[in-house]
Design a protein around this ligand. Structure first.
Ligand SMILES: *[C@@H]1O[C@H](CO)[C@@H](O)[C@H](O)[C@H]1NC(C)=O
Ligand SMILES: *[C@@H]1O[C@H](CO)[C@@H](O)[C@H](O)[C@H]1NC(C)=O
Ligand SMILES: *[C@@H]1O[C@H](CO)[C@@H](O)[C@H](O)[C@H]1NC(C)=O
Ligand SMILES: *[C@@H]1O[C@H](CO)[C@@H](O)[C@H](O)[C@H]1NC(C)=O
Ligand SMILES: *[C@@H]1O[C@H](CO)[C@@H](O)[C@H](O)[C@H]1NC(C)=O
Ligand SMILES: *[C@@H]1O[C@H](CO)[C@@H](O)[C@H](O)[C@H]1NC(C)=O
Ligand SMILES: *[C@@H]1O[C@H](CO)[C@@H](O)[C@H](O)[C@H]1NC(C)=O
Ligand SMILES: *[C@@H]1O[C@H](CO)[C@@H](O)[C@H](O)[C@H]1NC(C)=O
Ligand SMILES: *[C@@H]1O[C@H](CO)[C@@H](O)[C@H](O)[C@H]1NC(C)=O
Ligand SMILES: *[C@@H]1O[C@H](CO)[C@@H](O)[C@H](O)[C@H]1NC(C)=O
Ligand SMILES: *[C@@H]1O[C@H](CO)[C@@H](O)[C@H](O)[C@H]1NC(C)=O
Ligand SMILES: *[C@@H]1O[C@H](CO)[C@@H](O)[C@H](O)[C@H]1NC(C)=O
Length: 756
């Protein structure tokens, strides 16, 4: 790990920008793998900069884009002020993305209703303010699901302010409204002509035909490309009175005033209202046939994404740039790093490559795609490249060990819609709420249930593959072992609730697992078996009786493990599985630091796995840019973990085969781990989340458990009341200690720039 001084790093990166500028070219390349119009790699266009994280069109949004990406176009939505200045602002109406309504009374004369393309729009408009007036207002996050922590500190920028950031051509001006400004006696045409004399403008786009026609002659001999922007197919283009859908039918006409088109992504891959993807259209091929470049818009890691992409934004980009038939020429995104990552690292790479780090352990199979612990979920995990498939063992009433993510059948089957609803029971030792537990149904009864898909983010309306909600078959442990037998797979068997099952029900889950493994021949093959438990007594028992690999699971978020607890763990385990927050603690989804727990466990020869990785953007810290691949990258390249436990093994496998991992020092900057706490350090001090108590330290008393009760077939009438909870002690607290300094990118760089 490098420990360069931030300023040195800054120097190196600036030099890299200059080198990239010299090699910039746009010539035709016929030996290229890219099926773009000219064979060049697709362009990345950053919509208002890195607007997925920072307020759209703010200096931090633009600067972070340029610091992270060496080949990117900055997009600016041009609006004009009363005095004819051009500002970059994402909407015509200033209310959406600035704090103007914070400062101006809502009944002021500048809260107006204007007709825009025939429709009334209310709010505060740039045409009523001078550039100087606008200095009083600041940008805010316009999309409410994103963090507001950067609000009220970054001012509105002019087009020149943004152009000044650029060291090479790479500015894209979007003129969304020309007719409106004309009505207000302001000329977009004069503005773009005059600004393009002062700064290099690479692209000018507009959804208004008349505007582009009015500037074609002026830009004919320049390097500026004119781009016709399509809005929704049934929207009416205001200057021809035709719908965009009908204009699309005559691309020869578009070619008379533009050299490229910008279309919503669903023009290319239509998405049904149920969010499943339909076959692609021929629009890219048609436009290429006409000699028009094609740019696709509306990409965001946190947007509505088709189920077919399994919440992996890289997968979505690949379907536009690497599908074997065509590639778009550029991508307009709120998360330009993810678009670049798809182009630089993931396109034209086989997922059957030889990447081996990190180890990929499934979580109830590929439970992000199919109902967990079912035949199809395990098959998918295998096909998707998992190294280890897992079975969370539960016991049935008739003593059959089965695989299921929860002891409560209500969590992952349709049991509540069946007659077995009558088996509803409250068992305080397991959970405070009533449940229908696996040990209250026989295996034959459980087989009649329909498995349902887990939906951990249902509160935010992010559903998983609903078409497969009630599909697949639950595996018994023996079915599971038979499935994995002979395949290039290891198995991980996870055992919880052993004490309750032994004490209250007289069921020995450990014996059941050992028997099943013996019976399936795993005691005499080289195929690797891992046993995981959060109960040290379970692992101690396996250590006495078997030679399997033992994984100690820590369920709580911890910030450290003291020496005696590690010495203890060494006695019965080879590996430790800890939570994501134990490595990178977060507060309101911002990283607050990095622990050194991984290197500490490594120095005791314990391998470290981390649970549980999901693809949904709500599960990643903002610092990982709402991208599951960057999250994995930071855990692997930054914290050096050995394996990940994930419900989307396919994403982890694509990650470990990505080309950029083999580039060494030539890898793109954004593939370096981020500085923990980097993003939060740029926030508005008044809006930072309040400081939380640090996570506790794991101590010896947390690890020690009473031995498992020996099982004598239960004859008592009651299965409850005698359960003694293991001793717990309050965990000590104190200052978070972070000794892992990571090679920075965004954090240090922006921080150092702001300090100048
Ligand atoms: C053409 O593209 C390929 C692949 O991107 C690249 O290796 C090669 O250097 C390019 N050649 C020219 C002349 O740009
Ligand atoms: C404000 O933003 C929302 C969400 O992006 C959008 O639907 C709405 O049209 C915008 N309003 C204006 C006046 O631009
Ligand atoms: C103006 O109205 C908006 C939306 O109704 C509200 O959020 C804002 O606080 C109001 N501003 C003032 C100064 O009253
Ligand atoms: C635009 O200019 C015309 C002619 O000078 C004038 O009549 C009209 O009121 C102006 N419109 C606006 C919105 O200022
Ligand atoms: C525009 O770009 C060209 C080529 O990179 C450069 O030579 C020229 O100086 C730039 N012009 C301005 C006004 O920045
Ligand atoms: C478009 O339609 C409007 C009203 O329907 C009409 O006033 C206008 O002249 C039409 N414009 C064109 C270019 O046909
Ligand atoms: C398409 O546009 C071209 C160029 O403007 C025009 O000559 C042709 O008639 C149009 N075709 C149709 C079917 O409208
Ligand atoms: C998307 O997924 C659905 C359901 O699995 C499938 O029917 C459809 O063919 C997929 N679409 C594409 C374009 O692959
Ligand atoms: C479920 O099993 C527990 C333990 O054997 C038992 O106490 C309880 O009565 C059972 N509940 C039902 C509804 O069968
Ligand atoms: C059963 O296992 C779950 C998952 O580890 C745990 O939350 C619960 O406390 C356990 N119950 C008992 C009685 O051990
Ligand atoms: C594995 O278990 C089976 C069934 O209990 C037994 O017959 C066999 O001897 C065991 N093999 C080894 C190597 O322990
Ligand atoms: C870890 O393992 C290596 C080699 O396997 C050994 O040399 C070293 O002493 C071990 N360290 C500890 C702390 O167990």
């Amino acid at each position: 790990m490098t420990t360069s001084h931030p300023l040195f790093l800054l120097f190196v990166l600036h030099s890299a920008v200059l080198v990239a500028a010299q090699s910039y070219r746009a010539s035709k390349n016929t030996t290229s793998p890219w099926q773009t119009l000219h064979g060049n790699a697709p362009l990345v266009i950053a919509k208002g900069g890195f607007s997925g994280i920072f307020p759209d069109s703010s200096i931090d949004a633009y600067e972070s884009t340029l610091l992270l990406l060496s080949n990117v176009i900055l997009w600016c939505d041009v609006q004009l002020t009363k005095d004819g200045a051009g500002i970059c602002f994402p909407y015509l109406n200033l209310d959406n993305s600035s704090d103007i309504t914070f400062y101006i009374p809502n009944d002021s004369k500048n809260n107006r209703i204007y007709y825009v393309n025939g429709q009334p729009m209310q709010g505060h408009f740039s045409v009523d303010f001078t550039l100087n007036d606008l200095k009083n207002f600041f940008l805010v996050q316009g999309i409410f699901s994103r963090s507001n922590v950067f609000d009220h500190i970054l001012g509105i920028l002019t087009v020149e302010d943004v152009a000044k950031q650029l060291k090479k051509p790479g500015l894209w001006l979007n003129v969304q409204y020309d007719a409106f400004f004309k009505q207000h006696n302001l000329s977009m045409r004069s503005f773009v002509l005059s600004v393009s004399r002062r700064v290099n403008v690479s692209y000018i786009s507009s959804p208004e035909v008349a505007f582009l026609k009015s500037i074609t002659t002026q830009f004919k001999r320049s390097t500026t490309k004119l781009v016709f922007r399509f809005l929704r197919a049934d929207d009416i283009e205001p200057t021809t009175n035709q719908t965009y859908g009908s204009i699309l039918k005559n691309l020869t006409f578009v070619k008379t005033f533009a050299s490229a088109i910008l279309i919503p992504k669903n023009y290319i891959w239509p998405v049904r209202t149920d969010l499943y993807l339909q076959p692609h259209t021929s629009v890219v091929l048609n436009a290429h046939g006409e000699g028009l470049e094609v740019f696709a818009s509306d990409f965001a890691n946190d947007g509505l994404i088709s189920y077919n992409y399994s919440y992996d934004p890289v997968k979505e980009y690949l379907s536009f740039i690497d599908n074997g038939k065509f590639s778009v020429d550029g991508i307009l995104s709120d998360f330009p790093v993810t678009a670049s990552e798809a182009i630089d690292c993931f396109a034209h790479v086989s997922t059957n490559s030889s990447g081996k780090v990190p180890l990929i352990i499934s979580y109830n199979g590929a439970s992000g795609i199919y109902p967990g612990s079912t035949d199809i979920a395990y098959m998918q995990a295998f096909d998707d490249g998992a190294d280890v498939i897992d079975c969370a063992v539960q016991m049935t009433q008739d003593g059959v060990p089965i695989c299921l993510g929860s002891i409560n059948l209500m969590d992952n089957t349709n049991v509540i819609q069946t007659n077995f609803l009558s088996r509803l029971t409250t068992i305080q030792q397991i959970q405070p709420n009533p449940g229908i537990f696996t040990f209250n149904l026989t295996w034959d009864e459980i087989k009649t249930l329909k498995p349902s898909i887990a939906n951990p983010f249902i509160g935010s309306y992010l559903y998983r593959n609903p078409a497969y909600k009630y599909t697949g078959n639950i595996f018994s442990l023996e079915d599971f072992l038979a499935f994995a037998k002979g395949k290039p797979l290891s198995v991980l068997i996870s055992i919880e609730n052993a004490t309750y099952l032994a004490k209250s029900l007289g069921l020995s889950i450990t014996d059941a697992v050992i028997d099943a493994l013996n019976h399936s021949g795993y005691n005499q093959t080289k195929q690797k078996v891992m046993i995981q438990s959060s109960n040290s007594s379970v692992l101690i028992k396996f250590k006495e009786k078997t030679n399997y690999q033992l994984v100690y699971k820590v369920d709580e978020d911890i910030r450290d493990a003291d020496d005696s607890s590690i010495m203890d763990i060494k006695q019965f385990a080879h590996s430790v599985a800890i939570t994501k927050n134990s490595v990178f603690p977060t507060n309101k989804l911002f990283l607050t630091g990095a622990t050194n727990i991984v290197s500490k466990l490594h120095s005791s020869n314990l391998t470290v796995y981390v649970h549980v990785f999901h693809n949904e953007y709500l599960s990643q810290a903002w610092d990982f840019w709402s991208d599951p691949n960057f999250e994995i990258n930071n855990f692997v390249m930054g914290a050096r973990i050995d394996g990940i436990i994930t419900d989307f093994p396919g994403t982890a496998n694509a990650y470990r085969n990505n080309r950029c991992l083999k580039m060494g020092n030539r890898k793109p900057r954004y593939m370096n781990p981020v500085l923990p706490n980097g993003l939060l350090s740029l926030g508005n001090p008044a809006l930072l989340p309040s400081v939380e108590a640090p996570n506790p330290v794991l101590t010896e008393s947390d690890v020690a458990e009473p031995p498992l009760p020996s099982v004598t077939k239960n004859t008592s009438t009651s299965g409850s009341g005698t359960f003694a909870s293991p001793p717990t002690s309050p965990k000590s607290s104190g200052q978070t200690e972070s000794t892992t300094y990571l090679l920075s990118s965004l954090g240090i760089l922006l921080t150092s720039l702001l300090l100048f």
